[in-house]
Design a protein. Structure first.
Length: 598
């Protein structure tokens, strides 16, 4: 950082970099591209650096008319150090960007320059092209006609499959019969996988030919959970469908597309070599970035159906884009054939390609109620529910008196006792009873600090407990990198247990356990606490959430909703009421043009 600062010519780019708002990579790319294209205006260089930085923050572009107002929420502290007067005058800045040899203006024209300016949105050219691919493919597939089933075959297929009392689930199960791409959206406990099993059953029963179906998810962990959830959902299906659908195996989207080791963004399957499947289902679709969605859409056959399943209100993917949220929020035209199918089954619903599941079948009333209030942005209602004294939902301003120490030591002791006795299933069940969640990885509100505190508590509560060694019975671990040859994936959680004189790391796989030697695990960390991001897609009996300081840039509505909805029975919020209010009022903002284009 010091060497870079020394090499920067005095001026605008150096001033902004000195505050910490721009990283080394942001400035390096801006300098190199500007040199190659002969651009010396530091206002343009700053715009390019901000466009690079926006990608790291999850946006596909930077909105020139919002830069100073937005202040990049995920690093507001650094941007707050920049005096308001340092920013270039808006009209002159825009004029400089428009005139730059770095920039291609408008949606048309070749992608022969590093930047693309469309309206107020400034893109790196690659991400403009990715967003264009997603918008074009989704629009075309939504409008492509499909051969709908006859009324009689629809009624026959629905018999025994759509007999439940949840109308939203029944509607969602027939949507893909009438459109090339559809979304099944809903929060935890709304029965997304149950509905998906019925949806696939309807497709199989109404198809005149055998269907090739692919199940995929953004991560290996999500793919494993998809298989586990599908196995449970198929238990109540007719035997023939349970056998057919039970034979399906889920994998990652990268594996489905055929990852090429020599490329980070290209795959074996593409427009010229499409996937052979008639139906592709992507679970946890909220975690799919714009780049991965573009590659998937390109690789689908023109007649293939795409089913996206997920919760658009959860945290968006780590990489750029919030594709699922944009699709769900975008207005959609009615599908006449779907309207007729709904009428045939006596279902009253909006006949569009996005089906939303609203009824929570799992969480208690307090958890479901506060989740709804969070999504509505009603801070008063959230505070009222959090402080109402419910058994399901508690709030304390400090960990002292919150019962947190008692919860984690009781859980830790149960894990250690079972692990020392070699009882893998018991240890894994205890691990899922409760999870301590944090917004940050570091700092006083972060995972590292709270993990150390829990270790200290356990040291005082459990006889002969010594967490200083790398491996010990009862150590809860989180896999942080895919290890396909071991069958382990980023996000998997497990426990180290004793087996005679040796140690084994065990991981849950539905109704079975998977064991490996802990000494072959290179990328793992102890999880006495974990980030909300890492917990996404998981469910625990109870959740304790450490709310960060009110000024934390990570304190958003999406983070609070995601954390609370990880719990099945109880949620314990620990922090200030000001932080709780701020989380509800602060939406995670990702700049993107996809919603407008859809």
């Amino acid at each position: 950082m010091t060497d870079l600062a020394a090499s920067l010519a005095p001026g605008l780019l150096a001033d902004v970099h000195a505050t910490g708002a721009l990283g080394f990579g942001d400035v390096h790319v801006a300098q190199k591209a500007s040199f190659l294209y002969g651009e010396s205006d530091q206002r343009v260089q700053l715009a390019l650096a901000l466009a690079v930085r926006a990608l790291r923050e999850g946006s596909t572009c930077v909105e020139l008319n919002q830069i100073e107002a937005a202040r990049f929420e995920t690093d507001a502290e650094a941007f707050a150090q920049i005096p308001a007067g340092i920013w270039p005058e808006a009209d002159a800045w825009r004029a400089a960007v428009e005139a730059s040899p770095l920039v291609r203006r408008g949606a048309d024209g070749p992608g022969d320059r590093p930047l693309r300016l469309v309206g107020d949105r400034l893109y790196l050219e690659r991400y403009w092209q990715e967003e264009t691919t997603v918008a074009t493919e989704l629009t075309a597939r939504r409008g492509a006609p499909t051969a709908p089933p006859s009324p009689q075959s629809l009624l026959t297929a629905a018999s025994g499959l759509l007999d439940g009392d949840d109308v939203d689930q029944a509607v969602a199960a027939i949507v893909p019969l009438y459109t090339g791409v559809c979304v099944i959206a809903g929060g935890p406990g709304t029965g997304k996988t149950y509905t998906l099993a019925r949806l696939l059953g309807m497709l199989v029963r109404t198809s005149e030919q055998p269907l090739s179906i692919a199940l995929a998810a953004p991560t290996g962990k999500a793919a494993v959970r998809m298989e586990e959830s599908m196995a449970k959902a198929l238990a109540s299906m007719p035997d023939d469908l349970a056998a057919t659908l039970g034979a399906l195996r889920a994998g990652t989207v990268h594996r489905l597309l055929g990852w090429l080791p020599e490329s980070n963004s290209r795959f074996r399957h593409h427009r010229g070599n499409p996937l052979p499947h008639d139906v592709v289902v992507v679970d946890e679709a909220s975690m799919v970035s714009v780049t991965l969605m573009a590659r998937l859409l390109e690789a689908l056959r023109p007649t293939a159906r795409l089913v996206l399943v997920g919760d658009p209100n959860q945290l968006a993917p780590v990489e750029a884009g919030a594709v699922l949220a944009d699709i769900v929020e975008a207005p959609t035209a009615e599908v006449p054939a779907l309207a007729q199918g709904l009428s045939t089954l006596g279902l009253n619903a909006s006949p569009g390609p996005v089906a939303v599941l609203r009824r929570n079948h799992r969480s208690g009333a307090a958890i479901a109620g506060i989740a709804d209030a969070i999504l509505a942005g009603d801070a008063d209602a959230v505070v009222a529910l959090a402080t109402a004294g419910s058994v399901e939902l508690t709030f304390t301003e400090s960990a002292d008196g919150s019962g947190l120490r008692e919860r984690v030591t009781e859980q830790g002791a149960a894990i250690i006792t079972a692990a020392r006795a070699g009882q893998a299933e018991t240890a894994l069940a205890a691990l899922e009873r409760h999870r301590l969640l944090c917004a940050h990885r570091r700092g006083p509100f972060g995972v590292a600090a709270w993990s150390r505190r829990v270790e200290d508590w356990l040291t005082g509560a459990v006889a002969d407990f010594d967490p200083t060694g790398q491996w010990y019975p009862g150590r809860p671990v989180l896999v942080t990198q895919n290890t396909a040859d071991l069958g382990l994936f980023n996000g998997d959680t497990g426990v180290v247990i004793a087996q005679g004189s040796s140690l084994r790391a065990v991981f849950g796989r539905g109704g079975r356990t998977q064991e490996v030697s802990p000494y072959v695990l290179d990328s793992v960390q102890t999880i006495y606490a974990m980030t909300v991001h890492k917990a996404q897609g998981s469910q625990f009996g109870e959740v304790s959430l450490i709310l960060p300081d009110v000024d934390s840039p990570l304190l958003t509505r999406e983070l609070l909703y995601t954390a609370i909805t990880r719990a099945e029975r109880r949620v314990h919020l620990i922090g200030s009421l000001a932080s709780l209010r701020q989380a509800v009022q602060n939406r995670a903002r990702r700049a993107s043009g996809l919603l407008a284009r859809l």
